[in-house]
Write a protein that binds this ligand. Structure first.
Ligand code: HEC
Ligand code: HEC
Length: 289
């Protein structure tokens, strides 16, 4: 059975009545109403003052001209203005003089070194590893084995113009041929054995044929004794450091198909000062010449 509504006599009714059901007159509290009106007024004011209403092509800009992007840009500009004398100093110094300069030199607290480390972690670590120790196809930058040279000028040129980076006219470049197109399997296998013997890899045997094939086909870039040539970025094949790997399968793959390691050029993407700082940082990592 439906309960009968208990009528509270102290509350007035509005006088409306539907089928005997009456409506109490319980107005909203004053403070509540006023708060609502104030938030509406504030909302309109806010929408006029700040960017608010989304339109095709961007939101309404607001009378105050505020934008959060603008705020970030202003912060960045402030930091850049603060650093301007330091970056100018880096750009005017000889590369080799930066790391010992009173103003920007030094490790740990040095502006150039720290800036270079930040650049490295942001733009280079994904390929060269967070510790710069490299990975297959990406050279370690902490050892003293250099494909293209380890002086600070060499490093600067590499970073500035990249390697085999087509859109940079001054990029470092060379191309090892894919020998699978000219040599048969037996010849390649002899070469792989010979290359292995150069660095004393266990079980690799040096044959007269392998040696002759090497002198005919490979020495132009890797040198007669296999120690490589930085002018064309040809790796030293006599040491224990390998860019792609030294097991038979990998060597066969390298000689048959060749590789073509590409590194982007950073001029245009990074500022001159950032590239110089990166060169200072890499040069300081232990292998710098
Ligand atoms: C997309 C991957 C990639 C990124 C990003 C990258 N590199 Fe490289 N880097 C390479 C490759 C690949 C090589 C080796 C190319 C070759 O076979 O000669 C290389 C080579 C180098 C060399 C030459 C090493 C030598 O032995 O001569 C230096 C120096 C270098 N990178 C520094 C940097 C710096 C500094 C940055 C960041 C500003 C950077 N790289 C970002 C891929 C990359
Ligand atoms: C035109 C120059 C050139 C010639 C000729 C050449 N190479 Fe290379 N080689 C290179 C370059 C440059 C690289 C670096 C890898 C790349 O291209 O990214 C390389 C890489 C290698 C590697 C990889 C080394 C590593 O650390 O992983 C091997 C092995 C090698 N070459 C063997 C040979 C053999 C064997 C021949 C002859 C049959 C030969 N190359 C001929 C330029 C040359």
């Amino acid at each position: 059975m439906a309960r009968k509504p208990v009528k509270k006599p102290e509350v007035e009714t509005t006088g409306h009545s539907w089928d005997g059901i009456e409506e109490y007159n319980n107005p909203l509290p004053r403070w509540w109403l006023w708060t609502t009106y104030l938030t509406i007024i504030w909302g309109i004011g806010y929408a006029i003052a700040y960017p608010a209403i989304p339109l095709p092509g961007g939101a309404t800009p607001g009378l105050l001209g505020y934008s959060s992007r603008g705020e970030v840009a202003a912060d960045i500009a402030a930091v850049e203005a603060q650093n301007a004398p330091l970056t100018a100093r880096i750009n005017e110094l000889e590369l080799a003089a930066i790391s010992t300069d009173d103003l920007v030199g030094g490790e740990a607290d040095g502006f150039a070194y720290n800036g270079g480390r930040a650049v490295f972690q942001t733009f280079c670590a994904q390929c060269h590893g967070a510790g710069a120790n490299g990975a297959k196809g990406y050279p370690s930058l902490i050892d003293d084995d250099w494909l293209w040279g380890g002086s600070i000028e060499d490093i600067y040129t590499t970073v500035n113009h990249g390697i085999r980076y087509e859109t940079d006219l001054d990029t470092r470049t060379s191309q090892m041929p894919a020998f699978g197109e000219f040599l048969n399997k037996e010849e390649i296998s002899g070469l792989v054995q010979y290359v292995g013997s150069l660095s004393g890899i266990n079980g690799a045997v040096e044959t007269e044929d392998g040696k002759n094939l090497f002198l005919d086909n490979c020495a132009a870039c890797h040198a007669d004794d296999g120690t490589g040539d930085r002018f064309v970025g040809a790796p030293n094949l006599t040491d224990a450091i390998w860019l792609y790997g030294s097991d038979e399968e990998t060597l066969t793959e390298t000689v048959t198909y060749a590789r073509f390691g590409v590194m982007p050029a950073w001029s245009g993407r990074l500022s001159e000062s950032q590239i110089r700082q990166a060169a200072v940082y890499i040069h300081s990592l232990g292998g710098g010449e």
